[in-house]
Design a protein around this ligand. Structure first.
Ligand SMILES: [Zn+2]
Length: 220
């Protein structure tokens, strides 16, 4: 690929990231474009103010809703990577699909999504070794984020926790508006945003038979 094509691709990626309200410093670090050129093209003061997250501590102390949304993004990102797409295009596509799923009030900013990717991959965009992994829940089969080497992952599936708390937690109900399942013949099954099934007998209480995500059944 020629230098001109590389440059045009970097500009296009910058434009897409700025549409996601990315911080300018994040865009510059990822694309390698000069600040002056980005500001000339997209306007001075473009991008969210402030500094990008420098550590992943926010994820480990995040509330359940944030961790659910982080896993929604990360699962789609990982799916793109396993389908052979590059890091950056996988990330941009996954964030777009995450917004489509969640709406225009995301708990995971684009800068935090970048931070997640850095910690899933390791040694990219100025971040050190990887500290996050993608696990598959043995109970509900959903992909979710865990700390690297976490031996307690079987008990830490955020989607199982979400379903378990959903019926009694108004904040979760507000964040993830309910809808009744079309097929009520399966009285204890719920569909997550990843299109997975939470099965009866899995120790997950969902007496109102509600699906925790207001999304289509299509996985993203
Ligand atoms: Zn689970």
């Amino acid at each position: 690929m020629s230098g001109i094509e590389d440059h045009l691709r970097a500009l296009k990626n910058a434009e897409r990231m700025l549409e996601f309200d990315a911080r300018l410093c994040t865009v510059l670090a990822i694309t390698g474009l000069p600040r002056r050129q980005v500001e000339e093209l997209f306007g001075r003061g473009i991008g969210r103010p402030g500094r990008s997250p420098s550590s992943i501590d926010w994820f480990h102390t995040a509330k359940l809703a944030e961790r659910v949304e982080a896993s929604l993004f990360a699962a789609q990102y990982w799916r793109n990577r396993n389908n052979g797409f590059q890091t950056l295009e996988s990330m941009i596509d996954a964030y777009q699909r995450y917004l489509k799923c969640i709406g225009n009030d995301p708990l995971i900013s684009f800068d935090r999504a970048v931070n997640l990717v850095c910690n899933i991959e390791g040694w990219i965009w100025g971040v050190g070794p990887r500290s996050l992994d993608i696990a598959v829940c043995r109970r509900c089969n959903a992909q979710h984020l865990i700390a690297v080497g976490d031996s307690t992952q079987a008990e830490n599936c955020v989607f199982c926790k979400l379903v378990a708390r959903y019926a009694t937690d108004r904040r979760l109900q507000t964040r993830f508006p309910p809808r009744f399942l079309p097929d009520m013949r399966c009285p204890t099954a719920a569909t997550t945003g990843q299109g997975t099934q939470v099965e009866a007998g899995a120790g997950v209480e969902n007496p109102q038979k509600l699906a925790p995500f207001h999304v289509d059944r299509q996985p993203f």
